[in-house]
Design a protein around this ligand. Structure first.
Ligand SMILES: C[S@@+](CC[C@H](N)C(=O)[O-])C[C@H]1O[C@@H](n2cnc3c(N)ncnc32)[C@H](O)[C@@H]1O
Length: 275
């Protein structure tokens, strides 16, 4: 299976967590609070790799007061179908959906957006630089881009490392696996913005917690991100990773509602007014 088929197969389990009122929605709210604390005019907002819309929905609600719009892009129609269903339940009508590769959003008008976001999206692209450069191209002069990612000590990675150890393997997740999911450090992230042409870049962190049903959390681990991590240990032991994580969390919390706490990296780049 290629990565995209894997995303499609995992969509239900994954979007249960990404789309809840929980951790990822809180990170999306942080991104919006840091960039659009108040809406004073009609805004056009882009959400790249929108998934089922943990950011899209909140952005659409926020900009609706001045008749603003959100353009939501994902490479998978299955994700856009979920977003479409979610928008219908919220009765939000100011969102346009486009099935496009975020590395080449050729059909969107250049310099037409006030804000461009990607919540846990661009970091998993084959070519992150293309993704950020496309956001830059589509922003108006003075426009703002914001991307959320995770650090290499992200809670999910630590849970996987703990399971590796219990299974008699090294705690390491090789760099070649992690580098497909997240940047090495803040400098690598900043360079992506600067190389795209952004004039200034800020990096913030936000720590949030969601109390989550243990089985929902374990299902979340069925995403392609997790499948790639499992490749760090021999194939014969990979099927033991999820039961081991579940056992370890049950031992630690003695309850099937567990805290899922994580620190997200929120980067913000501003496009200069004169190119
Ligand atoms: C981790 S999910 C994040 C979803 C959403 N932004 C959120 O925060 O809930 C990653 C999303 O990226 C999409 N994706 C992966 N590669 C992409 C690409 N090259 N262009 C556009 N979307 C892509 C996947 O289909 C998936 O919906």
């Amino acid at each position: 299976m290629n990565d995209l088929n894997e995303w499609s197969a995992a969509a239900d389990d994954f979007t249960k967590v990404m789309n809840s009122k929980g951790l990822f929605a809180q990170f999306s709210c942080d991104m919006l609070d840091m960039t659009i604390p108040n809406v004073e005019k009609s805004l056009r907002v882009l959400d790249v790799a929108c998934g089922a819309g943990s950011l899209t929905i909140q952005a659409a609600e926020r900009v609706s007061q001045h008749h603003g719009t959100v353009v939501a892009v994902d490479i998978l129609q299955t994700m856009l179908d979920r977003l479409s269903a979610n928008l219908a339940t919220q009765n939000l009508q100011n969102v346009e959906l486009h099935c496009l590769n975020g590395e080449d959003m050729y059909s969107l008008e250049p310099e037409s957006f006030d804000f461009a976001y990607s919540s846990f999206g661009v970091n998993i692209f084959k070519d992150r630089q293309k993704g950020i450069s496309e956001m830059y191209r589509l922003l108006k002069p003075g426009g703002i881009a914001s991307i959320s990612t995770v650090d290499r000590d992200w809670v999910e990675y630590e849970m996987v490392r703990d399971a590796f150890e219990e299974l008699g393997e090294k705690r390491d997740i090789p760099d070649e696996i992690l580098s497909k999911q997240t940047t090495l450090d803040d400098k690598e992230l900043m360079d992506l913005y600067i190389n795209a042409g952004f004039k200034s870049v800020e990096i913030h962190r936000s720590t949030r917690v969601e109390m989550m049903n243990l089985d929902t959390l374990i299902d979340f681990f069925k995403s392609p991100i997790f499948a790639a991590l499992a490749e760090a240990i021999p194939e014969s032991k990979r099927h033991l990773i999820l039961p081991t994580i579940k056992k370890q969390l049950l031992e630690k919390y003695k309850c099937d509602i567990v805290p899922f706490e994580g620190t997200c990296v929120i980067s913000i780049g501003t496009k200069g007014n004169h190119q």
